[in-house]
Design a protein around this ligand. Sequence first.
Ligand code: SF4
Length: 270
Amino acid sequence: MLMTTSAKNQKRIAIYGKGGIGKSSTASNVAAACADEGYKVMIIGCDPKSDSSITLLGGKRIPTILDLLRQNIDVREKDIVFEGYGGVKCVEVGGPEPGIGCAGRGIIVAIQKLQKACPSMSDMDLIIYDVPGDIVCGGFVAPIRKGLVTEAYILTSGEYMPLYAANNICKGLAKIDTPLSGIICNSRSVTREEEIVRRFSEEIGSRLVAFIPKEQIVQDCERDGFSVLEKAPRSDIAHVYRNLAKAIMFNDQSILPGSLDDERLRELTR
Ligand code: SF4
């Protein structure tokens, strides 16, 4: 079923996908590309390693909201919101302490704090949530359940495991009645990768919105603490991120995704 969502003033998106597939790298490059276009952007990460914001802040780590709350600090905007490349507002929710609690609940507490401390949040054109992507976990559904996210994207490569996770995420989105706005392929240089991910996208009723080729330059920029848009703005890959950013900002179509059975999934990747 194809639904056309009405144009909204503020886009609030989340990028889901298997751990380690490149969500933070994609999110920060999209944030930078949108900032370059003049949009007001906020990125909210909840990776304990601050992966979402670090490349927008020249390699600097920022305190996480959960860490400050654990220290009983009454957080103010200047303690948790840091301006990075192109004026992107960077926030890190932080992860759970090992063995204790769940960032799913933490995300909500932290966002509520953020909304209180940072009224300009409602002014943003784009808010990107870079959240844990495992379907079984609270981190996955928390921002959606609270109405914080209005568009979901899934990042995958053409390998079986990331596609398996993507397929699971589709099942989860359908179960909680949340539309999917598209699939992004972050290439791992698998044979026929674009075709595999395109077919997967079509078979679940969605579409491939971007194919990001595997380029060493992305890792090189990251290692130096920069997004590709900042460090290598004329590279081909910067152009790919710019196109993805455009596709997201102008997207007005979302679907409740279907999913594939395991046999079909394996067949696709064979
Ligand atoms: S359930 Fe999910 S969000 Fe909660 S701690 Fe585990 S992985 Fe993180």
